[in-house]
Ligand binder design. Structure first.
Ligand code: GDP
Length: 299
């Protein structure tokens, strides 16, 4: 299937190398453990998570749960699955419409595309959807969102380039309430060259939403690009300053060997991965199901 295919490269750089430890080493010695550590780090699992996993492996050896290199793979599948599966990752739905999604992230990570895909996903479920173009900094961003809106046949609330993003959001929230729209998806700016302004702008948007609908945003989704590996983790740390993030959308899992970053995001940041992007098309977004991901990674 699509998820499994999208993880082909990650599987090559990660799972297959772990399997090769069995060929390379007769016993679990220091060299074997060093190599395992290197595999985990180069798969973008992250230093902290790698250290944690290595500690678990050493404990497993002491407890005789791991007796030979053959035992490493099943042990890691189990541990990584446990890491991925812990915690809540269901998507929140409002008691009364609209359910408001604030979508944030750096330019180029796939924010607009993700919003287009989410619009399609919820339309397919029979829900009414509205988009808000709150990245008013770039005319191209507004155009892009309009195109996705047409494609999914949903309303788009947009002002002109350079206008106040918080005003767009205010209008969109009002319109979604008036039209009883089920899902409002808000696109935002992601220019990183002026970080503090951006963070302030996002925080203002967040406050405008909260003022109008106290229970919202029901989801604040941070979009991260899997191909950037550990940089994605740094971005996540930056964006926590703008609003409480309820989940991560990890895009571009297809074609990267850095899919291990899912494990790092889950164990290092207390943010659940809720969706994964597995291609550029409008159907290439999947709810993240940890069991399926762990299976697709190892089988
Ligand atoms: P934004 O600046 O964050 O809004 O990013 P865009 O939505 O414009 O996406 C930037 C590029 O990434 C576009 O070329 C998208 O087609 C591409 N993209 C987005 N999501 C995915 C994905 O899951 N897989 C792949 N392969 N490409 C993606």
């Amino acid at each position: 299937d699509k998820l499994k295919n999208s993880l082909n490269k990650t599987r090559k750089s990660f799972t297959e190398k772990i399997e090769q430890l069995v060929v390379g080493y007769a016993d679990i010695d220091d060299d074997c453990l060093d190599e395992l550590e290197e595999i985990l780090i180069s798969a973008d699992v992250g230093i902290k998570t790698t250290m944690k996993l290595m500690e678990d492996v050493r404990l497993g050896i002491r407890k005789k749960e791991i007796n030979s290199p053959e035992d490493l793979r099943p042990f890691l599948i189990k541990r990584i699955s446990e890491i991925l599966i812990t915690g809540e990752n269901t998507t929140v739905v409002a008691a009364a419409p609209p359910t408001i999604f604030l979508v944030i992230g750096v330019n180029g990570v796939g924010k607009t595309t993700t919003i287009g895909k989410l619009a399609r996903y919820y339309k397919n479920q029979g829900k009414s959807v509205m988009l808000a173009a709150a990245d008013t900094f770039r005319a191209a961003a507004i155009d892009q969102l309009q195109i996705w809106g047409q494609r999914a046949d949903v309303d788009v609330i947009a002002h002109e380039e350079g206008s106040d993003p918080a005003a767009v959001v205010f209008d969109a929230v009002q319109a979604a309430i008036a039209r009883k729209t089920d899902i409002l998806l808000i696109d935002t700016a992601g220019r990183l060259h002026n970080k503090s302004n951006l963070m302030e702008e996002l925080n203002k948007i967040y406050r405008v939403i909260k003022r109008e609908v106290p229970a919202a945003p029901h989801e604040t989704l941070l979009v991260l690009d899997a191909t950037t590996g550990q940089n994605a983790i740094h971005q996540a740390e930056l964006f926590t300053k703008t609003a409480p993030i309820s989940g991560v959308v990890l895009t571009k899992l297809d074609g990267t060997a850095k899919g291990g970053v899912v494990i790092g995001i889950k164990s290092q940041l207390s943010m659940p991965v809720k969706w994964v992007g597995v291609g550029e098309g409008e159907d290439d977004l999947q709810p993240f199901i940890a069991e399926d991901f762990a299976k697709a990674l190892f089988e």
